[in-house]
Design a protein around this ligand. Structure first.
Ligand code: SF4
Length: 698
């Protein structure tokens, strides 16, 4: 166990995991203790098991505190000095760029990085490496909701208002989100609403812990959410539930949507989705019965080859009922990763510059280049999206080196075996992490980094509220922060511009770079975040109050109106057939987080959720000769995984569920289908076709 230095005082900060960014205090002279904060609206004194045990991450026994390097592929990773590691990376980058051009070196970021790190990583790629090849794991998380929101509202900002607004709603339709497990303190806002008489409607193929608390549960077949949304809108038209004034005054394009949903008559939608017509009718009536209701989507609606259109179908429904653009109602996306919101605003996305600006926009390029002190013509253009980037690695046309921060794609990427092979084919793989994750273990150079409570910065939570993450203790000797690593590499690469290692200075530069963009942080300062308990973007000046509810007067489109977009159901990219007759859907469980690189190292969490499993309906299990507790081989067109059978009536007869937090043979992403959404480039994590075979008890 590493020694910890006692913090000089109690430190108010936020949880290292999900986008709720629950407030907590860290105290103690030895191992730190965690206490929930009740001054943070998102969690109001609550934490989930992951938050309560978060301090354990700081003392994990396999923490790496010295850089590691291997002499050649196949040789073991050996400790080395920071100079040796950084020199090797810089020399490798120079050599590969000289031989193949600047796109020979790629960068991969993460939705858990602070705003400062996400910003600096994008800048590092564009002006230190001059590569277009940068993207991040948020592409696998909420990119479909982001693209749909941008298309409909001209802006993508998580929830449409403060999270406490939810508690005063008349109804909430929650699509594809199991918040009772993924972010339990969020449930308090749903409970507030229900205690005031509001209704919770959950759409999920599984009867999850969240669905069990709902007033109504719709259980569609995976991959049919879009048809369900169009069907609900069809019913709303039939029952005269539309808000005609809102449609006329605040939106454009409804006529085409009205025509499109004509074809989604209730009986047809019941055949496609499996949801009985009376339940659909009840859902839309609940949603339309009051003035203030929400439609919220999460990964279940978004991680599809038609994820943007699926979210758009639910936004169409929300607009037709007059929900967005009013205080206390609207459409919102429940972003997943800790900085899932901020992580997509500051330039680590393949097609973006800071301020949520398009990298293809000449004015945006000129502004950001001015802040960086470079010629706009020297900035690269858009690069490949996350999965496409990973699959291009080591190919004739693709990058030959990858620098990876805050991600573990060996476990979290779809079609994980093929992605792993691509990583192994690189000339140079560099991973910055605090432990030897499954991806770091395959690297040529591993850089040991500081963790959440060992450095400061800002995070933007699922409300769009910018929060301070504070340093509670120094990192262990030998470890560096990501900002220090990027500054040292920028120096070795003779990069132009300033490369501060101080988060506050980087944030000030981020403010300037974001000024005038959609995600305008120019008026947000560390002091304001401190004094005001967080500031909502956009905030275009220090005298601006921030924007808790951005769409009350107008949407962020050129004409100020929200856009309806007609969308059609196509079904999953890989339907079931005789060879692969069962649908697999994937997701998360309470005691683990994302690829598990962090949570699998926390004893209490591993005890609570020790191993991969596959949820199977007892009827399906009986047909296949599978008993509860059996090992089961699950095979798709991309590979096979082995997991323990868990029989439950909470899942549909035709569907099985696997969480994706584990490595090795139980990796759910060995199976998943990388079919990409044409707009967001989101892979279809939520549906693929598989077959199951019992292996008996081990
Ligand atoms: Fe942390 Fe999310 Fe749990 Fe809150 S809900 S304690 S932010 S993991």
């Amino acid at each position: 166990t590493l020694p910890q230095t006692a913090p000089p005082r109690s430190t108010a900060t936020h949880c290292p995991y999900c986008a709720l960014q629950c407030g907590m205090r860290l105290d103690g002279a030895g191992p730190l203790t965690v206490t929930p904060r009740d001054d943070v609206p998102a969690n109001r004194g609550g934490l989930c098991q992951k938050g309560w045990t978060a301090a354990e991450l700081l003392t994990v026994p396999d923490r790496i505190t010295t850089p590691l390097m291997r002499a050649r592929r196949g040789a073991p990773l050996e400790p080395c000095t920071w100079d040796e590691a950084l020199d090797r990376i810089a020399a490798g980058a120079r050599r590969l760029r000289a031989a193949h051009g600047p796109d020979a070196v790629a960068v991969f970021g993460g939705g858990g990085l602070t705003n400062e790190k996400a910003y600096q990583l994008g800048k590092f790629a564009r002006i230190a490496l001059r590569t277009s090849q940068i993207d991040y794991n948020g592409r696998f998380c909420m990119s479909s909701a982001a693209a749909a929101s941008n298309r409909a509202f001209g802006m993508d900002r998580g929830l449409p208002g403060p999270i406490t607004d939810l508690g005063r709603a008349d109804a909430i339709l929650l699509v594809g989100g199991n918040v009772a497990e993924t972010m339990p303190p969020f449930v308090r806002h749903l409970t507030d609403m229900r205690e005031r008489g509001g209704a919770l409607v959950v759409v999920d193929p599984r009867r999850t812990a969240t669905a069990r608390q709902a007033d109504l549960h719709l259980q569609p077949a995976p991959g049919t959410d879009l048809a369900l949304a169009n069907g609900l809108l069809h019913l709303a038209v039939m029952e005269g539930l539309l808000d005609e004034d809102h449609i006329a005054e605040r939106t454009t394009g409804f006529a085409a949507v009205r025509t499109a949903v004509n074809a989604y008559w209730p009986d047809r939608v019941e055949r496609i989705t499996g949801v009985p017509v009376p339940l659909m009718r009840e859902a839309v009536r609940l949603l339309a019965r009051g003035e203030r209701s929400y439609i919220l989507t999460a990964r279940g609606a978004e991680q599809h080859a038609r994820g943007v259109d699926t979210v758009t179908a639910f936004i169409n429904l929300a607009l037709a009922l007059g929900l967005p653009g009013r205080e206390g109602s609207g459409y919102g996306c429940l972003t997943g990763q800790g900085n899932g919101q901020g992580g997509r605003e500051h330039g680590q996305k393949a097609d973006q510059l800071p301020g949520y600006r398009s990298i293809a926009d000449p004015a945006a390029r000129a502004h950001v280049a001015g802040v960086w002190g470079v010629d706009p013509d020297d900035l690269p253009g858009p690069g490949r999206s996350a999965y496409e980037l990973l699959m291009a690695l080591g190919t004739a046309e693709g990058p030959k080196a990858l620098l990876l921060f805050g991600s573990n794609p060996v476990v979290s990427a779809p079609r994980a075996l093929a992605v792993t092979e691509r990583l192994d084919s690189l000339d140079l793989l560099v991973v910055a992490d605090f432990v030897l994750s499954e991806t770091a273990a395959r690297a040529d150079v591993v850089l040991p980094t500081a963790q959440w409570a060992e450095e400061s910065g800002t995070m933007t939570n699922l409300e769009g509220r910018v929060l301070r993450r504070r340093r509670a203790l120094p990192p262990p000797p030998g470890v560096r922060t990501d900002l220090e690593i990027l500054a040292a590499l920028a120096d070795r690469l003779d990069a132009p511009g300033k490369w501060s290692t101080e988060p506050a200075e980087v944030f000030d530069e981020l403010r300037a770079a974001s000024a005038g963009g959609l995600a305008d942080y120019s008026g947000i300062t560390y002091e304001r975040v401190e004094n005001e308990g967080g500031v909502f973007w956009p905030c275009p000046g220090e005298d601006h109050p921030g924007t808790p509810r951005p769409f009350l007067d107008r949407f962020a489109t050129p004409d100020g109106r929200a856009r309806f977009v007609p969308v059609e159901h196509h079904g999953p990219a890989e339907p079931t057939d005789a060879d692969y007759p069962v649908t697999l859907t994937t997701g998360r469980v309470l005691a683990q987080y994302q690829s598990g690189a962090q949570t699998r190292r926390v004893a209490a969490l591993t005890e609570a959720a020790p191993e991969p499993f596959v949820e199977i309906h007892p009827d399906l299990a009986e047909r296949l000769g599978i008993a509860h507790g059996d090992d089961v081989r699950v095979t798709s067109r991309r590979g096979a995984a082995t997991a323990r059978a868990r029989l439950t009536t909470a899942i549909r007869h035709d569907t099985v569920f696997m969480p994706f937090h584990w490595a090795g043979e139980g990796r759910a992403n060995l199976l998943t289908n990388p079919a990409l959404d044409p707009t967001s480039r989101m892979p279809e994590f939520k549906v693929c076709a598989v077959r199951l075979e019992p292996l008996g008890v081990n």
